[in-house]
Design a protein around this ligand. Structure first.
Ligand SMILES: *[C@@H]1O[C@H](CO)[C@@H](O)[C@H](O)[C@H]1NC(C)=O
Ligand SMILES: *[C@@H]1O[C@H](CO)[C@@H](O)[C@H](O)[C@H]1NC(C)=O
Ligand SMILES: *[C@@H]1O[C@H](CO)[C@@H](O)[C@H](O)[C@H]1NC(C)=O
Ligand SMILES: *[C@@H]1O[C@H](CO)[C@@H](O)[C@H](O)[C@H]1NC(C)=O
Ligand SMILES: *[C@@H]1O[C@H](CO)[C@@H](O)[C@H](O)[C@H]1NC(C)=O
Ligand SMILES: *[C@@H]1O[C@H](CO)[C@@H](O)[C@H](O)[C@H]1NC(C)=O
Ligand SMILES: *[C@@H]1O[C@H](CO)[C@@H](O)[C@H](O)[C@H]1NC(C)=O
Ligand SMILES: *[C@@H]1O[C@H](CO)[C@@H](O)[C@H](O)[C@H]1NC(C)=O
Ligand SMILES: CC(=O)N[C@H]1CO[C@H](CO)[C@@H](O)[C@@H]1O
Length: 859
């Protein structure tokens, strides 16, 4: 979410329209349309695991709220209106403080005395569910101590269809199963620490639609955001899959996305929010808009949006789609009162679910200044006070960060040079080894590639409390070992590099690529990378050093795959490491891996030989000026599934990574579990309790003598004549009369509980696998389980289980995997349900998606 302040923002002229300034007659006709799904299901805690008590409390407090109070907690008060990147209104009468929403998925954005955790791509590379939970928990602890109520993370979407995609690194790898486990672990961790997690972005933004988000911006000006056109089966089996895991894990909030899906905006697509998320996936929490992803007032409310962020139509405009306008829309009947009751109840239920009613800390961070004192209402310049309390919330998280960064570093090539022993002389090369001369936080939202790359750029970032560069850590190591160490960190000083390379016993080359969010451009890359090659003269640095050093060890810091064909087979390159985006402990972690103190991780995506091998094309220029159309023709075949289906040999396949020891896959045994049949869910979502507004418009006016903060958004009415306002619907989102039906809606057959029909999670098989460490060192292996579903249109194999195990040298272990009904089912577009076909199914177990020594039939 949330870019910095934009200068030229969307021309959202119509209050409740999806259209920004176009004449209906000029609008091109696009084939893809999203079906209507109304009414919005009313959230319930009845019989819902983990939610029933929270819902009772929420219903009790919402029953005490006036309409203006309910609207207040659904509506943001405006960009820069308060200290967090997003803040709702408060309820002074009930002593309820406004909710604070803060980026990011890897720590506290704009935080001070807080940690910069490894990015999503690096935690995914650990393939360690327990570590993912601990990372989530540690981030939650930090947010909670700073007074943040909702942490805007974790991320699954973009999922990584496009390897160049600018925000892939925020998420947990390019496979829905891996991403789902990552999402669910982070959600549990964050929420166990007492903070509401926000799974984002719902949905279909595998491209970076943000570059086409804003009408009237530069050469890529479009009238409406890019539309991701995704077929139903792919939506279920690929893009929505991880979110089902998050919902099942109890996630309190989900953020809808900037892009359109089938030409309907993510935050007002009724089929996606009302239909798939709230009905089919049984999501009891609330949906909030990405910052300026809301394009109307009534349509999103009816389509299931529950919270408007940051509240203003354009940043700091002082106009809201909701706030006072939602109060009006309820009074005049365009939004039913029960819909606002449901919004407020869903928000409060999540609040109680994570225990925010107990010991809630004061907000002690500020997003707009690093000074201790500042204006609490930054845009209005009101309420000068202490805004950065500067509580140090880091605890011992540095140790955890170092462990994750080490275990998430992937060893790609090793001709025996690693792990390093005591060296007489070390050479270090490349600007990626060293500090950014402007400092660790010297570039706005980390948007530069000077010095070592340890996170991507954009809103998904945090301030570094410190950043140990590889060079710093290697100097410390050299000092301890009594080694000589020399370095050349000017990427163009090739003459000097050759000299140093000729003297060193090991030549450690650090190269990089960088990517981020599209509101900032670095070296001509508008968020998305323009290519998959190295930045900062990387190839030449490698070539130069390798020409003079027969023990050249290359480390790549990057948000995703880079092509390596030009240099990987060079005989003097004895080792290659993919070190992802490791966070504040970068240098210590790479030293741990180089010297063999930790066991490395595995790739959460495929490294292809060429960019075109991925079979997809990121749309760098809009294909039409009205609303770019991104056809997801790749369907289910994302990442390794595409390589497998088309018999393309990658350089390094999904799941690949070398270990410092040797592993033998010994045996596999499959046990069939009698799970019983799969029964489609029946019944209805709850009916509305209240359908009429009893409050008078007069009682909703601003109280006499009320002080209005400049451009702050309130839920009160300016005048009682205000609800004579009229407006219209956008053409894609016409609200049918069903939207106003208070009697609920039939539960979809695949629905019935958070995460979908509970029987989808029945265990059908248990697979017992034994793996032995036959090497000389204690080690850690990531045992991976893949399933082939057997139909001609299925992927060759899909990941359906993994476990990172620690085994001593010479010992073995057995791992029990559970294969769930969901793991072998496919989405049937006709019955709108999951089905298991009669095609023969197999299970494969091994070290990567292409190294699978064990297999068995699933009968
Ligand atoms: C999008 O359109 C495709 C067909 O073009 C359809 O299969 C799918 O269900 C639609 N999805 C949504 C959410 O509208
Ligand atoms: C809504 O919240 C604002 C502060 O964020 C507060 O000034 C206002 O009184 C609240 N409105 C109601 C109805 O409580
Ligand atoms: C309601 O929407 C209209 C039209 O966009 C806008 O001018 C007005 O400021 C909004 N009202 C509030 C209270 O935000
Ligand atoms: C170097 O390592 C790669 C992979 O790690 C392996 O394929 C290759 O055979 C090794 N070459 C030598 C000379 O050991
Ligand atoms: C790829 O992009 C990077 C970063 O902008 C640039 O340094 C590099 O030269 C580009 N590579 C090619 C082959 O153009
Ligand atoms: C490998 O390094 C040695 C120096 O150690 C150098 O003589 C040789 O030419 C290099 N090989 C290649 C292929 O560059
Ligand atoms: C009610 O108010 C909303 C918001 O001002 C407006 O969009 C809508 O058209 C109005 N509906 C009617 C029936 O007046
Ligand atoms: C799994 O297989 C191993 C090796 O055959 C065996 O020792 C172990 O008891 C099995 N575990 C279970 C739970 O059946
Ligand atoms: C159909 C339509 O309204 N197209 C408009 C899109 O935006 C450009 C300006 O950016 C207008 O010139 C087009 O008329």
């Amino acid at each position: 979410m949330a870019p910095r302040k934009h200068t030229a923002l969307g021309s959202a002229i119509f209050l409740y329209s999806a259209l920004a300034g176009a004449q209906a007659s000029d609008i091109p006709t696009f084939a893809h349309r999203s079906p209507p799904a109304y009414p919005a299901p009313i959230g319930t805690g009845d019989g819902v695991p983990g939610w029933s008590e929270a819902y009772s409390k929420a219903q009790a407090i919402v029953a005490q709220m006036t309409l203006a109070e309910k609207v207040n907690i659904t509506s943001g008060v405006g960009w820069e209106a308060e200290q967090c990147v997003g803040n709702t209104g408060s309820i002074p009468r009930l002593g309820f403080r406004s909710l604070c929403l803060q980026d990011s998925p890897l720590g506290i954005r704009f935080g001070q005395y807080s940690s910069a955790f490894p990015a999503g791509v690096t935690i995914a590379s650990t393939w360690d569910e327990g570590l993912a939970y601990r990372r989530g928990y540690a981030m939650g602890v930090e947010h909670r101590a700073k007074g943040v109520d909702i942490q805007l993370g974790p991320v699954s979407g973009p999922l990584g269809l496009f390897p160049e995609g600018g925000r892939n690194w925020e998420g947990a790898g390019s496979d829905p199963y891996l991403s789902g486990v990552g999402l669910a672990s982070a959600v549990r961790g964050i929420q166990d620490a007492g903070v509401i997690a926000c799974a984002k972005h719902w949905i279909g933004g595998s491209d970076l639609p943000e570059r086409y988000r804003i009408a009237g911006e530069g050469a890529n000006a479009v009238n409406e955001s890019l539309s991701s056109n995704v077929d139903d089966r792919t939506m279920h089996e690929v893009y929505a899959w991880p979110f089902a895991d998050a919902v099942r894990a109890g996630v309190g909030s989900i953020m809808c996305s900037y892009n359109q899906i089938n030409n309907s905006y993510g935050c007002q697509n009724s089929e996606l929010i009302n239909g798939i998320l709230k009905n089919e996936m049984g999501f009891p929490g609330f949906v909030l808009s990405d910052w300026q992803a809301q394009h109307g007032g009534v349509a999103p409310a009816l389509a299931g949006l529950d919270m408007s962020m940051p509240g203003d139509q354009d940043f700091t405009s002082g106009n809201a789609y909701w706030g006072g306008n939602l109060t009006v829309a309820v009074l005049n009947g365009s939004v039913p009162i029960w819909r606002v009751d449901d919004m407020a109840t869903r928000i409060m239920a999540s609040f109680y679910k994570v225990g925010l009613d107990k010991d809630r800390a004061e907000v002690s961070l500020d997003s707009w200044t690093t000074d201790v004192h500042g204006f609490r209402n930054w845009f209005a310049k009101e309420n000068y006070q202490i805004v950065n309390g500067n509580v140090d919330v880091r605890g011992t998280h540095g140790t955890l960060i170092r462990e994750i960064a080490g275990k998430g570093t992937v060893l790609l090539k090793n001709n025996g040079s690693l792990p390093l022993g005591k060296l007489r002389q070390i050479g270090v090369f490349g600007s990626d080894a060293t500090d950014n001369p402007r400092g660790p936080n010297g570039c706005e939202d980390r948007a530069c590639a000077d010095g070592t790359v340890a996170m991507g750029w954009g809103s998904g970032t945090a301030n570094f409390p410190y950043l140990i560069s590889p060079l710093t850590a290697l100097q410390n190591k050299a000092y301890a070992d009594g080694s000589v160490i020399q370095w050349v960190v000017d990427d163009y000083a090739t003459g000097e590099m050759s000299k140093v390379a000729r003297q060193a016993e090991a030549c450690l080359v650090f190269v990089k690529a960088q990517a981020g969010e599209g509101y900032l451009t670095v070296d001509g890359n508008q968020g998305d990378r323009n290519n998959l090659t190295l930045w900062a003269n990387g190839e030449e640095v490698i070539r130069t050093v390798a020409a003079d050093c027969d023990n050249t060890i290359v480390t790549v810091h990057s948000p995703g795959p880079v092509t390596m064909e030009e240099w990987i087979d060079h005989p003097n390159i004895t080792a290659v490491i993919f070190a992802g985006l490791p966070g504040q402990e970068s240098g210590n972690a790479i030293v741990d891996v180089l010297y063999g103190l930790v066991e490395p991780g595995r790739l959460p995506f495929t490294i292809g030989k060429t960019a075109s091998d991925y079979g997809v094309k990121l749309m760098y220029k809009p294909d039409n000026t009205y609303a770019p159309q991104q056809e997801f023709t790749s369907g289910l075949m994302i990442d390794y599934r595409h390589f497998d289906k088309n018999n393309i040999s990658p350089r390094f396949e999904f799941g690949f990574g070398l270990s410092y020891t040797k592993w033998d896959y010994k045996s596999i045994a499959v046990r069939t579990i009698n799970a019983g049949p799969y029964t489609p869910s029946t019944g209805r979502t709850p009916a509305a309790k209240t359908t009429t507004v009893t409050e008078s418009p007069e009682s909703l006016l601003f109280p006499a003598g009320f002080h209005k903060v400049k451009n702050y958004l309130y839920s009160y009415l300016d005048s009682t004549s205000q609800y004579g306002l009229t407006g219209s619907y956008g053409p894609n989102d016409d609200a049918p009369k069903e939207a106003y039906d208070p009697s609920g809606t039939p539960i979809r057959p695949a629905g019935g509980a958070p995460g979908g029909n509970p029987e989808l999670y029945d265990v059908l098989w248990e697979v017992n696998v034994t793996v032995a460490n036959s090497g000389q060192r204690n080690g850690e292996e990531v045992v991976q389980l893949y399933v082939s579903q057997g139909e001609h249109d299925d992927p060759v194999r899909v990941l359906r289980g993994f476990r990172r195990v620690s085994v001593k040298a010479g010992e073995w272990t057995s791992i029990i995997f559970q294969i769930l009904r969901r793991d072998v089912a496919r989405w049937d577009v006709v019955s709108q349900n999951w089905v298991i076909t009669s095609a023969p199914k197999k299970v494969y177990v091994g070290r990567s998606s292409r190294d699978l020594p064990l297999e068995a039939d699933l009968n």
